[in-house]
Write a protein that binds this ligand. Structure first.
Ligand code: GUN
Length: 288
């Protein structure tokens, strides 16, 4: 291995410490703690793990955590009603409805019902549009965490060739907008991209967010590139426990890249730390 291993846990710990200090200052000024409401519909085990981590981090940052656990039989109308009540609740600064939602609920309708100033996921069309037009916005946590790690590595991204693999509203598109905002030359590649390995070979910065285990191979990576792996995929192992791998073949890519994020311990911890940051930012903006 020649690449530096980008330590997402350490970067996240540093950010969480800054957020906790900001929370203490907010409490002193506003006389209350910032509050984050999380909503989990159903019992998907992976979603339950994420929500537990988010709620634990909220408490550790000194913020109020309001968790709403709902059965997967709940109707869309009932969920929209809860979102409406959270929108109106002055103790709630941020609202996070964990995705995916059961098939009978229209996730877009739920997201568009969240008050944009409380949309700490940054998924509302108002926030996506504000990000795309360069206005202050709530920015999705995962791409925000990726950008922070890239800036920590490179300083300036101006003029860099950045290839984002994946075009989701949650990661790929906002990631591309953030990189454009840093004056990178941005390519968004996806499942229909022709000659994907050749496209990736031109990249100084690669952000892989496709959800396909170890799809990006070492010989796709330009020597000296920075590789950010957003994928979290569980693959089977002989002992039946399974193993987490990213979208990048780590050992191969680490032979070529200048720096690379591991899975786990890379992007994941930064995502949660950015959620804490977004909640504090939302609290400040709402408090004026
Ligand atoms: N499901 C997977 N990632 C996310 C996320 O960042 N936010 C929400 N709300 N749901 C998710």
């Amino acid at each position: 291995m020649t690449a530096r291993r980008i330590d997402g846990k350490a970067a996240a710990a540093a950010l969480r410490e800054r957020v906790a200090a900001g929370v203490a200052a907010f409490r002193a000024k506003a006389g209350r703690a910032p509050g984050l409401a999380t909503v989990l519909v159903g019992e998907d085990p992976a979603s339950a793990v994420y929500i537990r981590s988010k709620n634990r981090a909220t408490a550790e940052a000194g913020m109020e955590s309001f968790h709403h656990q709902l059965p997967d039989t709940i109707s869309e109308a009932e969920l929209l009603d809860l979102v409406g009540r959270l929108n109106a609740d002055p103790a709630v600064d941020g609202i996070l409805v964990q995705l995916p939602l059961p098939g009978h609920i229209d996730a877009s309708r739920v997201i568009e019902t969240i008050e944009p100033s409380k949309d700490v996921d940054g998924f509302h069309a108002m926030n996506a549009g504000r990000l795309a037009t360069g206005l202050p916005a709530m920015v999705p946590c995962t791409p925000l965490g990726c950008l922070q790690m890239l800036k920590d590595e490179l300083g300036s991204l101006s003029g860099a060739n950045a290839v984002v693999i994946g075009r989701s509203n949650i990661v790929g598109k906002p990631m591309a907008q953030l990189l454009l905002g840093e004056s990178a030359t941005v390519t968004i590649a996806h499942s229909r991209t022709r000659d994907l390995p050749d496209v990736v070979r031109r990249a100084d910065v690669v952000v892989a967010a496709v959800g396909r285990p170890e799809m990006v191979r070492g010989d796709w990576i330009k020597p000296g590139a920075i590789v950010i792996d957003v994928g979290i995929n569980r693959v089977p192992t002989d002992d039946g426990k399974g193993r987490l791998v990213g979208d990048v073949a780590f050992d191969e890519a680490a032979e070529v890249a200048a720096a690379i994020t591991p899975v786990p311990g890379g992007v994941g911890p930064m995502t949660i730390a950015m959620l804490m940051r977004n909640t504090l930012v939302a609290a400040h903006r709402r408090a004026g």
